[in-house]
Design a binder for this molecule. Structure first.
Ligand code: AR6
Length: 173
């Protein structure tokens, strides 16, 4: 495993990192799942700020402050809705990770935590999404020197086991 990558089970809103990534929708006005949990934990100031940002296209990322979260920043990205795999979903999901990493680099922060983007309400198959997430992470870390910690926060044991298995394949033992 890459020593800069951690896979944990838990709630992303509790992570002690510089930024957490939100699996948002194009409105950036909040929603269910991890987005709802992040807005609840951050408090109403987060919605005030994301309202001003004015939305985000699928695959891109936007930065806000973290307010009452332990994390200083939230990187909001919008994953693709799974439509069977023939609507460019793989590339769009890869763009979410690339653009979130780029945002983290621009912020000059050292640590970032990701949820499993698109794998809840948006229906992206978890194994396929995990492989994309970890391959993009490997690629980014090969050239980046700024991030010292990338945490994948798995919601439940099933997700944790899938991430651990795929990490072995992508990063080696
Ligand atoms: N911490 C970490 N992971 C979580 C948490 C949490 N607190 N809560 C859920 N997950 P989803 P999407 C996992 O549906 O598929 C929202 O309404 C969950 O198990 O949150 O990208 C937005 O506003 C799943 O694996 O995001 C959009 O409309 C993963 O987070 C839409 O859902 C993502 O599930 C986005 O759908």
């Amino acid at each position: 495993m890459n020593p800069r990558v951690q896979i944990v089970e838990g709630d992303i809103t509790k992570q002690q990192v510089d930024a957490i990534v939100n699996a948002a929708n194009t409105s950036l006005l909040g929603g269910g799942g991890v987005d709802g949990a992040i807005h609840r934990a951050a408090g109403p100031e987060l919605l005030e700020e994301t309202r001003k940002i004015g939305g985000c296209p699928t695959g891109e990322a936007r930065v806000s402050k973290g307010y009452r979260l332990p994390a200083k920043y939230v990187i909001h990205t919008v994953g693709p809705v799974w439509a069977g795999g023939h609507k460019n979903e793989d590339n769009l999901l890869a763009n979410c990770y690339r653009n979130s990493f780029k945002a983290a680099k621009d912020l000059k922060i050292k640590s970032v935590a990701f949820p499993s983007i698109s794998t809840g309400a948006y229906g992206f198959p978890l194994g396929r999404a995990t492989e994309i997430a970890l391959r993009e992470t490997k690629k980014f870390l090969e050239t980046d020197k700024t991030l010292t910690k990338v945490v994948f926060v798995c919601f439940g044991e099933k997700a944790l086991n899938i991430y651990k298995d795929i990490a072995k394949k992508v990063f080696g033992e």
